[in-house]
Design a protein around this ligand. Structure first.
Ligand code: ATP
Length: 366
């Protein structure tokens, strides 16, 4: 069973006279066959996490368990794990066939015939049967990527680890391979940990997403949970495009006071906030709409500063009427709406769509 568990896993690198905590006390439990996407900004510890699971980096603290057994000290080639790298890491002097067979020859005692059968099968799965005699230099980027995946599949491992495997492909191929990888993973049903900084990959490919920031795990949840119920302000800002708008506000009785607006709250929202007074109000651009009723409780008078037509929708930079010029927030509105720079428009921010974060800790409170 390919259950993979990270239990209090940390990695500390020496850094000059000091040290850098690349991964900080991370707990992740993956069920057998799960597709988990690890995302976060550059330098947050994604690759280091993956490399520790692969055995390419030692673990400073904590335990990594595969199918219940601790693998911290197991050599990479003896972990039942196959890794696919961004660079593909194919051996340039070997043919596709040899590249795919190499790992099996090194780490198993399969016969030549068995190896050939496995390579042929994996090549069939990846649609590269015609390319087996070619060298990597005679392949396109997409074909090389297929070979790299084929080389992982051929090992029939308990776990796949993938580090930005699609980032060297152009946009169209990337999107095709994304679909194909999902199909493949579902078909093979192999536990997969997939590192990317690409939000679209995270939102569309993963059964769950693990979001890291500065080495610390922020949330592990389904893509929709991360979007609708972000654990904190960081996750809220990281997931969603364009990003969530944030406003620093202060609660006064039953109203949030912003720099340029007041936002009244219902009893139930107030109940979630408790006695916190410094808060961050989060509003997704797609939850803001043009108001039918300018006098509505959560309707605000704004000025349009920038309009970016995106085809079926517009990205609009708005400013509250009382806010200084340039202090804008983003709304996405339907492309058929006629909106021009300088227009005064009333927008509605419905209370059921707002997010509230503790202004000090950043934790979600509503
Ligand atoms: P990216 O998306 O840019 O690849 P990442 O999220 O994969 O980033 P890591 O490569 O895991 O991040 O790096 C995490 C932190 O650890 C960074 O601060 C990095 O500089 C540091 N780091 C990584 N490898 C080493 C090393 N061998 N020695 C010292 N510091 C390292």
């Amino acid at each position: 069973m390919g259950t993979l568990e990270l239990d209090g896993v940390s990695k500390v690198f020496p850094d000059g006279d000091g040290e850098v905590v690349a991964v900080d006390d991370v707990d992740i439990e993956m069920r057998d066959g799960e597709f988990l996407v690890v995302v976060g900004p550059s330098g947050c510890g994604k690759s280091t996490t993956l490399r520790m699971v692969a055995g390419l980096e030692t673990v400073t603290d904590g335990e990594i368990r595969l199918a219940g057994s601790v693998i911290n000290d197991v050599k990479p080639q003896h972990r039942d794990i196959a890794m696919v790298f961004q660079s593909y890491a194919l051996y340039p002097h070997m043919t596709v066939q040899e590249n795919m067979a190499f790992g099996l020859e090194e780490s198993t005692d399969l016969s030549d015939d068995e190896i050939e059968t496995r390579v042929t099968d994996a090549a069939g799965t990846m649609g590269i049967g015609e390319l087996l005699d070619r060298k990597p230099s005679d392949l396109s980027g997409g074909q090389q990527q297929r070979v790299a995946l084929g080389r992982a599949i051929v090992r029939d491992p308990e776990v796949f680890l993938m580090d930005e495997p699609l980032s060297n492909l152009d946009a169209k191929l990337r999107s095709e391979m994304r679909t194909e990888l999902q199909r493949l993973q579902a078909e093979l049903d192999v536990t997969t940990m997939y590192v990317t900084h690409d939000q679209t990959e995270a939102m569309t490919m993963g059964d769950r997403i693990a979001i890291l920031n500065a080495g610390e795990l922020q949330q592990v949840a389904t893509p929709l949970e991360c979007y609708h119920e972000p654990a904190n302000r960081f996750v809220a800002g990281f997931i969603g495009e364009p990003s969530m708008n944030f406003f620093e506000v202060e609660r006064d009785a039953d109203t949030l006071l912003g720099d340029a607006f007041d936002y009244p709250l219902s009893e139930s929202t107030l109940g979630d906030i408790g006695d916190i007074t410094d808060l961050t109000l989060g509003v997704r651009p797609e939850d803001i709409s043009l108001a039918d009723d300018p006098a509505g409780e959560h309707t605000f008078s704004t000025v349009v500063e920038v309009v970016e037509p995106m085809g079926d929708e517009n990205t609009v930079y708005l400013r509250f009427e009382d806010a200084p010029e340039g202090e804008t927030f983003i709304a996405t509105v339907g492309g058929l709406q006629q909106i021009s720079v300088g227009d005064e428009v009333h927008v509605e921010i419905p209370e059921e769509t707002i997010h509230l974060f503790d202004g000090t800790t950043g934790d979600a409170v509503h």
